[in-house]
Design a protein around this ligand. Structure first.
Ligand code: UDP
Length: 238
């Protein structure tokens, strides 16, 4: 039987992925669908870390633009990711997936603080680790947190889950001629300003030689195909 090509992965889930077709918040059926995909790869023996976003609830940059103090808005954004992390943990529990939430902000009654050694041990023990509150610092994003935690957890690859099954030459929704890249370099992604991840996350991955794969969490079996080394999504490498 073919084996997964990765031993340990980090999946970055945006908050928006949890909304489904709703305008705000968490859609129960959607979160269950996402968890089913995650459970499938975890059951193949792949160690799984997740960084969860908060864009379905609050985005600091949007509130900042409306005149709110940006750092305050960003802390609210980070707290939103804690809510999503708890929802994700709950959905995982329903399918028997054991997980631990570690938060970069102290919210001790609901989540453990981020402790690298402990997180590594959980992964080795086959538990899913959900990282909440991004980097713990305003002016950053959960994409950057994904790059950072991915490196700290020594994962083999950071997998960015999106609604689209990779990076395209143009918006595939608006342009039927748009073609999916099979792979790209970080330099190409940065220079061409391809909306893969923010520049901080991309340069971090580039400098630490952390491969990145963009795939669709809504395409049945896509995450498993990536993990099995089958053609899927777009890879970004040096
Ligand atoms: N955020 C932050 N620092 C971090 C990560 C996140 O300040 O290290 C805040 C920021 O306001 C951001 C919000 O949390 O807009 C939600 O995160 P993000 O936008 O990355 O979520 P996603 O787009 O993945 O849903």
């Amino acid at each position: 039987m073919t084996q997964p090509v990765y031993k340990r992965i980090l999946v970055k889930l945006s908050g928006e992925a949890l909304m489904g077709s709703d305008a705000y918040g968490i859609n129960r059926a959607t979160i269950d669908r996402i968890v089913a995909q995650l459970a499938e790869v975890q059951r193949l023996g792949v160690e799984l870390a997740v960084v969860i976003g908060g864009g379905n609830i609050f985005r600091g940059v949007a509130l900042g633009a409306e005149g709110m103090d940006r750092a305050t808005a960003d802390y609210m954004g980070m707290l939103a990711t804690v809510m999503n992390a708890l929802a994700l943990q709950d959905a995982m529990k329903r399918v028997g997936l054991v997980s631990r939430v570690q938060s970069a902000l102290h919210v001790d009654q609901v989540a453990e603080p981020y402790i690298r050694g402990k997180a590594l041990r959980y992964l080795e023990d086959g538990r899913v680790v959900i990282f909440a509150a991004g980097t713990g610092n305003p002016f950053f994003t959960t994409d950057t947190a994904a790059a950072l935690r991915g490196m700290e957890m020594n994962v083999d690859v950071v997998l960015k889950a999106t609604k689209v099954d990779g990076i395209y030459t143009a918006d595939p929704v608006k342009n039927p001629e748009a073609k999916r890249y099979e792979s790209l370099t970080f330099e190409e992604a940065i220079v061409n300003n391809l909306q893969v991840m923010d520049a901080t996350a991309l340069t971090l991955c580039r400098d630490q030689n952390m491969p990145l794969c963009v795939f669709s969490i809504f395409k049945e079996g896509a995450l498993k195909r990536v993990v099995m080394g089958e053609p899927e999504g777009t890879f970004v490498r040096n």
